[in-house]
Design a protein around this ligand. Structure first.
Ligand code: DGY
Length: 324
């Protein structure tokens, strides 16, 4: 069987695939999308894809041989799952293996923005430090504050666990009750408005769906505390970037730590000039260990699908149940 890997990925994944299939690794410099993606997938039985390949309904409807799209990501908003399901194509993802790395980055951003780490680094590099001063470069302390976690899945829970080390009060929103998290971490499930009103820090961990698109809009920023910070390591479009820039500029909120952006790879120009923003280029899962595990998991999902074994992380089990 033939499989396409749409981008360079860690060898761990490629080696697994090569033991079973004829593997083509796309070597282009721009992400495959639209008609180029369809063209490259001609005659392929499976595809190991990454986040920047958009499997729209239009693309999926033109696929004639592909039986599985194995996404090397936990999020799969780049794939029209309903269209894939109609077409009988399995969609898989990589949950679990990137939880701790992403939670670490959320905390890195949180500490960086509240303690002005990046600003301080720039001062030192530019020889602008004039000596210790009691009123110089004051930040915000996290100890004992309230963190609000939007989406208490695996990553949200891992962020909450870390917050216990700072003796924080933990609030969260979630579609379903999480009694185990409430018991283990003393966290409290609240409605979105309460979270906005009470949290000193808000960390976003919800998938991007029609319901969560622009969840953080002008009204949300208006409701947040003026002293609050927003951290987003989930998906850019959950936040209306235009409204965020306005909120940061006008002091409606204190700052933001962002790893994801509404129009990746671009960040809103307004964000780049604000000192109370720390940005990283979508590196939540970017550790050697985690990226190896993601590549391996995506490859195993793909192999299992093509060899008739139910994969560990199947997004659309309906397809499997119908064909197996
Ligand atoms: C994920 O796994 O969803 C990461 O954001 C990488 O796309």
């Amino acid at each position: 069987m033939n499989v396409l890997v749409t981008w360079r990925i860690p060898d761990t994944g490629i080696r697994l695939l090569e033991e079973q299939f004829n593997v083509t690794v796309y070597q282009g410099n721009a992400p495959l999308n639209g008609s180029s993606l369809v063209q490259q997938l001609e005659g392929m039985d499976g595809v190991l894809a990454i986040f920047h390949n958009r499997f729209t309904r239009e693309v999926i409807e033109q696929l004639t041989t592909v039986k599985v799209i194995a996404n090397m990501a936990v999020g799969y908003d780049n794939i029209d799952v309903a269209a894939a399901t109609e077409k009988g194509i399995c969609v898989t993802n990589t949950p679990g293996v990137l939880t701790e790395a992403t939670a670490d980055l959320a905390w890195a951003l949180l500490l960086a923005v509240t303690r002005r780490v990046v600003e301080g680094d720039q001062v030192m590099r530019q020889d602008r430090f004039k000596g210790w001063d009691p009123l110089y470069m004051l930040g915000t302390e996290l100890y004992g504050k309230t963190i609000g976690i939007v989406g208490m899945g695996r990553i949200g829970t891992a962020v909450a666990r870390r917050s216990k080390g700072w003796d924080m009060t933990i609030l969260f929103t979630s579609r379903t009750p999480k009694p185990e998290v409430e018991t283990a971490l003393g966290a409290r499930r609240v409605d979105f408005t309460t979270l906005l009103q009470e949290a000193d820090i808000i960390s976003v961990h919800t998938p991007l769906t029609e319901e969560t698109y622009h969840l953080f809009d002008r009204k949300a920023f208006q409701t947040m505390r003026k002293t609050a910070y927003l951290i987003n390591t989930a998906r850019g479009p959950v936040v209306d970037e235009e409204a965020l820039v306005e909120a940061l500029k006008s002091g409606k909120i204190a700052g933001a730590g962002l790893d994801v952006f509404e129009r990746e790879p671009l960040a809103h120009p307004g964000l780049k000039v604000l000192p109370n923003v720390v940005m990283t280029p979508h590196i939540g899962s970017a550790t050697h260990e985690t990226r190896n595990r993601m590549a391996e998991m995506a490859a195993r999902n793909l192999i299992d699908c093509l060899q008739g074994k139910r994969p560990a992380a199947l997004v659309n089990p309906e397809v499997w149940n119908k064909t197996n």
